[in-house]
Design a protein around this ligand. Structure first.
Ligand code: BDR
Ligand code: CA
Length: 313
């Protein structure tokens, strides 16, 4: 097997972030150098705590977890307890973690780790608002040339938004940060709502997690039981969209996805459409492509991969 791919996971757990982290930690193809927490679904104090709970659930208390930005770059933090519950990980009962949060700031960890690496060595997996990554780029612009790729969950075009009619949550929370990342020139792969809304946590799929026979599978089912309630009511579907694990599965099996290399710009001034990802899917502008924007996936295979990986924990 080739050397594992080195990744940093930037995240705001969140049930779907939790599933993404479990799958990453269960995958020998990936070497998780660190998990950097950001404020998003719930405040930073909870996202860094939740990240540690998930590492321990995965049997990986050796994973380094760093706390990052508590606020977006220049907007007031918007959280999503109405979706994720008060703790951000409502559903299962998870014990308080024994492992400690690292003393270094997440942004310093990102900058130092990437500057100490060879160009093309590290991939960033972004599962929340892009504040930490944008701050790292502002602090040390040289990291842009060294990052292999940023794979992020965020945005939406054909599906519209999920927090406003125009905007998806991760981009809406920190549009300035998103604009910095989308204009950075770094290779970007984007998992927008257009693809994640095709990855539904149907009853059969949730029960497959419960049937894995380990605690991680049982907890995944309990997380998803809670997480899907809000979206099932909203969209009237069997199950809700499972967003963030798409970022990790992209690294494991990119051939199950389809998308286009296009230009995406972020709205940062209009309050009405704040955080909108203006995606030139039909290539009607002459703005240069800045990302691979994913629209389709093999959803059966996606859930097979998740279940098979979580079963290993
Ligand atoms: C994104 O927002 C959060 O609620 C989820 O964790 C996901 O990253 C979906 O819009
Ligand atoms: Ca998230």
């Amino acid at each position: 097997m080739p050397d594992p791919r080195k990744i940093i996971i930037d995240t705001d757990p969140g049930q779907d972030d939790a599933v993404a982290i479990l799958v990453a930690l269960a995958s020998p193809e990936l070497d998780v150098l660190g998990i950097t927490a950001v404020a998003g679904n719930v405040p930073l104090e909870l996202t860094q705590l939740n990240a540690r709970k998930i590492c321990e659930l995965a049997g990986r208390p050796d994973t380094k977890v760093f706390a990052g930005a508590a606020q977006p770059i220049n907007r007031k933090l918007v959280t999503a307890e109405h979706v994720h519950g008060r703790t951000g990980l409502d559903g299962p009962t998870l014990p308080p973690p024994q492992m400690l949060v690292q003393s270094k700031h997440a942004v310093d960890f990102i900058v130092e780790t990437i500057m100490a690496s060879d160009p093309g060595e590290i991939t960033i997996c972004a599962l929340g608002p892009l504040t930490n990554i944008a701050l790292a780029l502002q602090k040390e612009p040289q990291i842009a040339k060294r990052i292999t790729e940023i794979v992020l969950m965020g945005g939406g075009f054909f599906e519209g938004g999920n927090v406003t009619p125009a905007a998806e949550f991760n981009i809406y929370v920190d549009p300035q940060a998103a604009a910095i990342v989308f204009n950075s020139g770094i290779k970007l792969t984007v998992m927008p709502l257009d693809v994640t809304h095709k990855a539904l946590t149907t009853r059969t799929r949730v029960e497959a997690f419960r049937a894995t026979g380990n605690r991680a599978g049982e907890v995944t089912a309990e997380l998803l039981d809670f997480f899907e309630r809000y979206d099932e009511t909203k969209y009237g579907t069997d199950g809700g969209p499972l967003h963030d694990p798409n970022v990790i599965v992209w690294l494991l099996e990119p051939n199950i996805y389809a998308g286009r290399q296009i230009n995406v710009e972020i709205e940062t001034s209009s309050e009405l459409t704040m955080g909108m990802t203006v995606a030139d899917w039909w290539r009607v502008s002459d703005r240069p492509a800045n990302c691979f924007f994913v629209r389709d996936l093999d959803d059966e295979r996606f859930f097979q991969i998740l279940t098979e990986r979580i079963k290993r924990l």
